[in-house]
Design a protein around this ligand. Structure first.
Ligand code: NAD
Length: 250
């Protein structure tokens, strides 16, 4: 049953973003799937979402760049209407290595993609949904990581640092807009089976990580999507500035 609610999910052509897009569509949201390069995956996902009788658009945009973020949000305004929910899902993970192998270019790319995207998209979303600017209110959900707590030594301290910044952005923004009818929260997934690990993780790392997880398995993207949806829904109406761990007890 379509609602009059609209969600933008960044980096949504695959993985956690795609699972989240499908769940919001199933719940009646009109969905904007943002993607960077993966048009081949975004198109069938859109077709799948249209089966739920909701509107869906795909928008190619590099959300770490201000002008592309502006175009993404303007397109949603024009084609879908007034935004209700933003899911800041974009994230990259580079090859695992120690500090001395991380150069400035990599550090800068990871921080820019993971943090600047969240900052720029949140800024656009607040302008559009805040009651202060005449909007109807809504929710922002950031996809952080358990890595922010562990620090990911010897593997990805750049990635962990970027997720630490996401946590601070989540807390700060939540308090800043708490009286503007916008709730801001984050999920902190642990090991989730997605393609992000094909770029960053060695297969032995996945097995090593699994053995440390009390539930003795990795999670599925749909299990993260459920928590994101809950944080967007009225069921979490008094929750803001909070973090939900989806990590099998790790
Ligand atoms: P994924 O690699 O499948 O998805 C990330 C998506 O972001 C990709 O589709 C990629 O093309 C897109 N993207 C990257 N840079 C972009 C940009 N500048 N503009 C637009 N899109 C861009 O990985 P995933 O596991 O689904 O990751 C989703 C989120 O979950 C990320 O923030 C990741 O850090 C976080 N996370 C994942 C895990 C895990 O184990 N999979 C654990 C903790 C946190």
């Amino acid at each position: 049953m379509p609602t009059n609610k609209i969600v933008i999910i960044t980096g949504a052509s695959r993985g956690i973003g795609a699972a989240t897009a499908k769940l919001f569509a199933q719940k009646g949201y009109a969905v904007c799937i943002n993607f960077l390069t993966d048009e081949i995956a975004a198109k069938p996902l859109k077709n799948e979402i249209l089966q739920f009788n909701v509107k869906c658009i795909t928008v190619k945009a590099d959300v770490s760049k201000a002008c592309e973020v502006q175009r993404l949000f303007d397109t949603v305004d024009q084609e879908l209407g007034c935004l209700s929910v933003l899911v800041n899902n974009v994230g990259i993970l580079k090859k695992q290595c120690r500090l001395d192998e991380i150069d400035e270019q990599r550090f800068s790319q990871v921080l820019t993609t993971n943090v600047m995207s969240c900052f720029l998209c949140s800024k656009q979303a607040v302008k559009r949904i805040s009651s202060k600017y005449g909007g109807k209110g809504g929710a922002i959900i950031n996809v952080s990581s358990g890595a922010a707590k562990s620090g990911s030594p010897n593997e990805y301290i750049d990635y962990a640092a970027s997720k630490g910044a996401i946590n601070s952005l989540t807390k700060g923004l939540a308090l800043e807009v708490a009286n503007e009818a916008i709730r801001v929260n984050a999920v902190r997934p642990g090991l989730i089976h997605t393609d992000i690990h094909t770029s960053g993780g060695e297969p032995s790392r996945i097995e090593r990580l699994k053995s440390k997880i009390p539930m003795q398995r990795g999670g599925q993207p749909a299990e993260v999507a459920e928590a994101i949806y809950w944080l967007a829904s009225e069921k979490s109406s008094f929750v803001t500035g909070s973090f939900v761990d989806i990590a099998g007890g790790l």
